[in-house]
Design a protein around this ligand. Structure first.
Ligand SMILES: *Cc1c(COP(=O)(O)O)cnc(C)c1O
Length: 368
């Protein structure tokens, strides 16, 4: 039996009737854009993240971009981003015309930390974008202090860490404004594209509320140059239903991660993920590292076990960014992670027997 890298079946089959009924209600209401369902989901997701305000937008990239716009980021400003992240974090900065300042992550948490961020701060630094990569929260206490000291904004990229906590508080609640994605494969995923911003700042909330809707608060009166980036009613009803299960699913992700760790702990050739101090991990991905990544990936593939690489090429080496003139060796930690990381199957409902088969195959590869 093949084990795919990701399956949504276990989440979607039990919710089929409820979700299809909610979608059919939207169909009958005939009000598809910025209606009551989007409002309701925004209220629920804001409560979930423990922030006063939440706004649905079209996707995670737009959520980051619109947050940067609301913060007034423009050409000439510098924005600090991790050197190892999904390219969307970088692209949102590029879309504002601001300068990308990459910072190397820790090789144990895979996240950027205050001690390295502080070295990259200049007079032009306007925003730091911590990414809670793979579902592991950044050490937000130190990053918040650093940002306060330098009067810099924090914008969390919370696309991978729905439900994770730092010192008991949810990710997506630390920044001046925060962005997330509901791409189907995320911990809370829509049946298509979706995203959101969360904030306690009423002014930023009002700015994004206008920016996402053509720069208009009153129909046909446009006060700023906005875009069209709205969550739609169908995705909102789906997300409201799935949100009720998110913490159970997160618990299941942790169960699976703990099984992997138990079953692979003595295989010294691989580096297992750890949970950082003061954090709960949301395990969006279970990423191991090994010098024999390609061979292990092939070995598992031959046994019908799906794996993925997050991510094979760091943003600074992407062809799309060749104009920034970065070269190989500029960000050695990001490059090291790109060359050695391998994501194992992990989704709510992944059966214990499958975890055992994956681990025994990995053990076999290393001659155990
Ligand atoms: C998925 C993701 C995004 C982008 O989200 P989309 O909804 O696909 O635009 C941004 N940042 C990170 C870290 C992501 O994982």
């Amino acid at each position: 039996m093949s084990i795919p890298f990701l399956s949504l079946q276990e989440q979607h089959i039990p919710l089929r009737t409820e979700i299809l009924e909610a979608i059919s209600n939207v169909y009958d209401r005939n009000n598809f854009i910025l209606g009551e369902s989007v409002k309701l989901f925004e209220k629920q997701f804001g409560e979930f993240c423990e922030t006063t305000y939440c706004l649905g937008v079209a996707n995670g990239l737009d959520a980051i971009y619109l947050s940067l716009k609301a913060l007034g980021v423009k050409e000439g400003d510098e924005v600090i981003v991790p050197s190892n992240t999904y390219i969307a974090t970088w692209l949102a900065v590029t879309m504002t015309g601001a300068t990308i300042v990459p910072v190397e992550p820790s090789l144990t948490t895979y996240n950027i930390q205050a001690s390295h961020i502080s070295q990259a701060i200049t007079k032009r630094t306007k925003v730091i974008i911590p990414v809670h990569l793979y579902g592991q929260p950044c050490s937000m206490g130190e990053i918040v202090s650093l940002a306060e000291k330098h009067s810099i904004y924090i914008l969390e990229d919370n696309a991978q860490a729905h439900g994770a906590t730092y010192k008991g508080a949810k990710t997506g609640s630390f920044g001046e404004i925060n962005a997330t994605s509901f791409y189907p494969g995320k911990n809370l995923g829509a049946l298509g594209d979706g995203g959101a911003i969360t904030t306690n700042n009423k002014d930023l909330y009002e700015k994004v509320s206008s920016l996402r809707n053509y720069g208009s608060q009153i129909k046909y009166y446009n006060s700023v140059l906005g875009v069209n980036s709205r969550l739609d009613e169908i995705q909102a009803v789906v997300l409201s239903i799935k949100l009720k299960h998110l913490m159970n699913w997160t618990e299941d992700r942790r169960r699976i991660a703990n099984s992997y760790i138990q079953l692979l702990n003595d295989v010294k050739e691989i580096i297992l993920p750890t949970t950082a101090e003061n954090c709960t991990h949301a395990y969006h991905l279970f990423v191991i590292r090994t010098d024999q990544r390609e061979a292990l990936k092939t070995f598992l593939g031959e046994r019908d076990i799906g794996t993925m690489i997050h991510y094979p090429i760091p943003p600074h080496l992407q062809v799309a960014y060749r104009d920034l003139n970065f070269k190989k060796g500029d960000f050695p930690i990001a490059e090291e992670i790109a060359q050695t990381c391998l994501s194992l199957p992990l989704w709510p409902g992944l059966a214990g027997v499958n975890i055992e088969r994956i681990c025994s195959s990995i053990r076999k590869f290393y001659g155990r």
